[in-house]
Each structure stands twice: as C-alpha cells, then as structure tokens.
Design a protein around this ligand. Structure first.
Ligand code: B12
Length: 292
C-alpha cells in the first residue's frame, strides 16, 4: 500500500464497495490482507485508482462479472451499465459514437475501462468497438453530416479515452523486449499506432512511441539509443505516395542494417503497394499484434 496526498480524483472505499457489490468492511479487510491494493492519503484514508480495481477484477473473475460501474441514477445509466457488463457491441457502437460526437469523455472512459475490467480483450475493444466508431465518424465527415471541427473533437475524445485506458491496463512485470512504434513523416493519423503501443505493452514490451510524422531517416538515432528488437509502423494515409514509398524503403533498410524486425499495418499500406518480403511482416489486424 503506497502513501499519497489527498486526491479527489481517486475512488473512495464506499464507491469501491458499491462498484464491487460488497460492504465497506470487506473492502477494509481485503486491503489489510493485500488482496486489493490501494493508496493511503496523508489523512489515513484508503483511496483507489482504476488500475487497482482492474488488477483485482483480473484476479477475481466472480467480482469482475458483478462490477456495477456507474451510479445507477436513471434509466440511461442502467442501460449503459448493462451494455458494458454484457459487452453488447451492437448497442455500444452507436452509444460510443454519440458520446464521442458530444465529447463526453467521462462516459467514454467508463465504457472503455468497464469493458477491460469485465475481461474484454484490449484488441477486441480497439478493433470491434473503436475502429467501427472511427470509421463512421469518417463517413459522416465525408457525407458532410459533421463539420471538420466535430470530426476532430470526436476523434480526439476517442484518442484521449485510449490514453486514459492505458493507466488501467495491467502490464506484465517481466520485460519481453523493446519496441518502437511510429508513423511516416506526413502521417497525421496516429490513433491506430497508439492502439498498437498498448497491445505491445500488454504483451510485456517496453515501447517507445513517436506517433505522428516521424521521419524515417531520424529513426537511426532511436535505434542507437533505445536498441529496439522490433519496429511497428502504422500507415493510414500518404499525402505524397512516392515520398512515402522512398521513406518506407529507407526504414526497411535501416531495420535490416540494425537487425531489427519490422512489422507494418494499416489501411494505407495498399497505397504504398507493400508486399511481404523477407525484411518486413505485414499484419492485417490489431489482433495480429499479439501473435507477431
Ligand atoms: C481521425 C481521422 C483523422 C484525424 C487524425 C487524428 C489522429 N490523431 O489520428 C485528422 C483530423 C488529423 C485527419 C486528417 C486527415 N484525414 Co483522416 N481520418 C480520420 C478517421 C475518421 C479515423 C482514423 C482512425 O483512427 N481510424 C481507426 C483505425 C484504427 O482504423 P483503420 O485506419 O482502418 O486501421 C485498421 C487496420 O488497418 C489496423 N491498423 C492500422 N494501423 C496498424 C498498424 C499495425 C502495426 C497493425 C498491426 C494494424 C494496424 O487497425 C485498424 C483495425 O483493423 C478516418 C476514417 C476511417 N475510415 O478510419 C479518416 C481518414 C483516414 N482520413 C482521411 C483523409 C482524406 C484525411 C486528410 C487528407 C483530410 C484533409 N483533407 O486534410 C487528412 C490527412 C492528413 C495526413 N497527412 O495524414 C481519409 C483517407 C482516405 C484515403 N485513404 O485515401 C479517411 C479514410 C476518411 C475518409 N472516409 O475519407 N484524419
């Protein structure tokens, strides 16, 4: 149990008891015995972070099924809780779309952390929930149904939700290796790369994530200081195809020279005309990151 300053953003014992469906005395007993981790404030109160609950839910299946994640004050909250607990993606996709278009960060975070806590695997949350939502956002923008600003706000809300979820995800203690995740130098789409980063961290990789607009020629400095075993490139859209192709060629060469495995994925690969060769592994989905 760590000590910390009082922090209103953390969850109280009373709320944790409600969430797990037990009484406060049980929460006290579990924290005293080390079954449930927490932090203690300067005032001596037990406080919890979502990652404490996530770790507990991962170890105790019975409670993860009973998580009551939202204060059930009204019918909509109750419905959302049920959709989360049943991982009902058919209904969660339109809900998540609406929440992101309304920039409702808090409820979006609740959905993502809730799904993770009921043992939905991270690749499925990203691939089966957030990817379809992002694609619909793209279609709405194309059809002129939402403005550019609305599209930016909605996709940033999702991106922030992904970043927040990262604090909840329980990573293995044993380091499996080092990975470097990037996009090419004209690429602004970095959400899938962020997803790849998290999936790798979940597998036990230490990840350096350089995100948007990383010039391939610069990666050599990262190779020499960080010594990654593997590099993951996400390509969604190339503004200038021949520039992107030469940059990719350079990255392939640099990886080969440094004996680093290169994995590539993304809907923009077709544009680049990539075909599998011995120096590059094409991954067709986020799930494939787990077996790479
Ligand atoms: C959000 C968004 C933006 C945001 C990006 C914010 C950010 N921080 O990422 C902003 C507003 C910046 C943006 C800008 C632009 N965008 Co945009 N954008 C999108 C949107 C709505 C979502 C992108 C996204 O994250 N998708 C979710 C990912 C997870 O799905 P995915 O890309 O299909 O990837 C799948 C796989 O390929 C895999 N994957 C992806 N990468 C990797 C990597 C590895 C290693 C692995 C294993 C797997 C993997 O994961 C996914 C699930 O399977 C899409 C719509 C769409 N259909 O996706 C348009 C979209 C990609 N954008 C588009 C366009 C045209 C643009 C602009 C040119 C617009 C403009 N005129 O300025 C600029 C491009 C700027 C640039 N140079 O990059 C087009 C691209 C069309 C094309 N391919 O020709 C799209 C498809 C919209 C559309 N319907 O036309 N965009």
């Amino acid at each position: 149990m760590q000590k910390t300053a009082d922090n209103a953003a953390m969850i109280s014992s009373i709320d944790v008891a409600k969430i797990l469906g037990v009484n406060v005395a049980t929460i006290k007993r579990w924290t005293d015995s080390g079954k449930l981790d927490c932090v203690k404030t300067a005032g001596g109160h037990r406080k919890f972070l979502l990652r404490h609950l996530a770790a507990f839910a991962m170890e105790h299946e019975k409670y993860s099924q009973r998580l009551s994640l939202l204060p059930i004050d009204n019918r909509e909250d109750l419905e959302l809780s049920e959709q989360i607990l049943h991982a009902d993606y058919g209904r969660l996709i339109p809900q998540t779309l609406e929440l992101s278009l309304n920039c409702n960060q808090e409820s979006l975070n609740t959905i993502l952390s809730g799904l993770y806590m009921i043992h939905q695997d991270l690749a499925s949350i990203y691939e089966d929930l957030l990817t379809p939502v992002l694609r619909v956002i793209g279609e709405k923008w194309m059809d002129g149904k939402i403005s550019v600003s609305q599209e930016h706000l909605a996709s940033q809300t999702i991106r922030d939700g992904i970043v927040k979820l990262q604090n909840v995800v329980v990573k293995p203690e044993i380091l499996k290796g080092k990975a470097f995740v990037l996009t090419l130098s004209e690429e602004l789409h970095d959400i899938p790369a962020k997803m790849v980063q998290h999936l790798l961290e979940l597998r036990g990789y230490q990840v350096l994530y350089s995100g948007q607009k990383t010039p391939a020629e610069d990666t050599v400095s990262v190779f020499e200081s960080f010594h990654p075993d593997r590099v993951y490139l996400s390509s969604i859209y190339a503004e200038n195809i021949s520039d992107a192709q030469s940059e990719l060629k350079e990255l392939i060469k640099l990886c080969a020279d440094h004996k680093i495995d290169l994995y590539v994925g993304g809907s923009g690969l077709d544009q680049l005309g990539i075909h599998e060769d011995k120096n590059i592994t094409v991954l067709n989905s986020l799930r494939a990151v787990f077996n790479s």
